[in-house]
Design a protein around this ligand. Structure first.
Ligand code: 2HG
Ligand code: ZN
Length: 461
């Protein structure tokens, strides 16, 4: 790149905040993957749509790659800048722009944290229902870029369901106003939906209009201990048929060991291979009795080994911590993460095959399973043994991912359920998408970003 290009950006956009200190480059150049040493050219922190457009136009002229950046809590390397890119951080564009009581929508800037969106919705007696543990630090723009899922998908669906309209700066700097928050709009290709999950490779979200909904009825939280995967799936079918589920999340005893080690409170004595945290509507005492009857039926059938029903909000939060605290409790072990999905019915078959394969090929490896089993979405964290070098560990993990990808292909699953492809899963995209689909994706990329300046190398090689 021409070294005067950055100076030219400053003179074009004199109010634009630009950071070039090593500490800032380090901070904004990475996400939670911690795998690529950050090496961005600089960090731009635009405060307006016009500044975003100005940056994109400048990048086209000087052929500078841009990495759009939100809360950088991503787990696939989608927000990593390791090759002299300009990081375009949306951190300063984090305001609520408006609430519409008739349409029940909230319009926000992309840099706002998910938790702040949830709080803004609650101020109006409504909810924004997408939810997951990184809520305090992830941004809505990043949620949109990855079509984030989380712990309430079983009731509310993914981020995709909640985006009524998007304003996006495309790769040529043009501002697109997509869908204008219409509920019905049968006028051709839905470019808004194309942007959702595109990982910053087609456009930069500069404004989002989110759909809100009524808060759910009062709920109950239960922790269940289960003897095996078949029992777990049967309990899922039973609970889903008889209760109105808000969440159904699973983890293994290995995950429990780590989360307890990090300070969470044990709720069930004894060790069991699988656990579930489930939340369901329980409006009154009758509904609670009904839930208890369903639970007892499953115990009698030998499907549930033990269980606790939260007796207070504090206890419900403590049970949820057993599931939501897992990622943080594993962080010290520098885990290699996989985030896969199969159809719900294919979960036991897939899990059985891959567990047997891993036990045979890597008997020493500590593998932690948890996730959104009610959506067919499993997280597999492989922990780095102290004896292995970083490089050898990555080589082994890439082989594990290859085994996963091959097994997933046989089960019709996906190598990324909710974390995106980014850099981490790029080499495995072919296991989930056909050659014809990938060729079309490349074509779409070329239309929206003709000079290939938006997050190059992410998602598509
Ligand atoms: C979760 O469900 C997140 O907790 C993180 O998607 C998953 O850390 C992980 O592997
Ligand atoms: Zn998850």
């Amino acid at each position: 790149m021409n070294p005067s290009a950055l100076a030219e950006l400053s003179s074009r956009l004199p109010a634009l905040r630009l950071l070039t200190e090593p500490g800032d480059l380090e901070h904004y150049g990475r996400d939670w993957t911690r795998r690529w040493p950050p090496a961005p050219l600089a960090i731009a922190l635009p405060a307006s749509v016009e500044e975003v457009q100005g940056i994109v136009r400048w990048a086209n002229q000087h052929k500078v790659a841009i990495v759009p950046s939100g809360g950088r809590t991503g787990l696939s390397g989608g927000a990593v800048a390791a090759q002299g890119e300009l990081v375009l951080s949306l951190a300063r564009m984090s305001r609520v722009l408006g609430f519409d009581a008739v349409d029940r929508t909230l319009t926000v800037q992309p840099g706002i944290a998910l938790e702040a969106v949830q709080a803004a919705a609650r101020e109006h007696g409504l909810i924004y229902p997408v939810d997951f543990a990184a809520r305090g630090s992830c941004s809505i723009g990043g949620n949109i870029a990855t079509n984030a899922g989380g712990i309430r998908v079983i009731r509310y669906g993914n981020t995709r369901e909640w985006i009524a309209g998007l304003k996006v700066v495309a790769g040529n700097g043009e501002l697109l106003d997509l869908n204008r928050a219409l509920i019905k709009n049968s006028s051709g290709y839905d470019l808004r939906q194309l942007m959702i999950g595109s990982e910053g490779t087609l456009g930069i979200v500069v404004e989002a209009t989110l759909r809100l909904t009524d808060p759910p009825p009062a709920s109950q939280v239960m922790l269940l201990a289960l003897p095996d995967m078949d029992a777990l799936m049967q309990v899922f079918a039973l609970f889903r048929a008889r209760l109105s589920l808000q969440a159904f999340e699973f983890f293994t005893e290995v995950a429990l060991k780590h989360v307890l080690g990090a300070g969470a409170q044990r709720a069930i004595e004894g060790d069991y291979p699988y656990y579930v945290v489930t939340e369901f509507d329980a409006v009154d005492e009758r509904a609670q009795e009904m839930a208890l009857a369903v639970f007892e039926q499953a115990v009698e059938q030998g499907l549930i080994a033990d269980g606790v029903m939260a007796q207070s909000e504090a206890q419900a939060a403590a049970l949820w911590r057993l599931r939501e605290g897992i990622t943080e409790s594993l962080a010290v072990h520098r885990p290699y993460k996989n985030d896969i999905s199969v159809r719900i019915g294919a979960v036991p078959g897939f899990l059985g095959q891959i567990q047997a394969l891993l036990a045979r090929e890597y008997p020493e490896m500590e593998v932690v399973w948890f996730g959104h089993i009610g959506d067919g979405n499993l997280h597999i964290n492989v922990l780095k043994p102290a004896s292995l070098s970083d490089a050898d560990f990555i080589t082994q993990c890439e082989h594990v991912t290859k085994l996963l990808a091959d097994t997933l292909q046989r089960h019709g699953g996906s190598i990324s359920a909710e974390h995106g492809i980014g850099l981490v899963k790029r080499a495995y995209l072919e296991s989930t998408r056909s050659a014809a689909e990938i060729a079309l994706m490349r074509g779409v990329k070329a239309v929206f970003d003709p000079n290939g300046i938006l997050n190059p190398g992410k998602l598509l090689a």
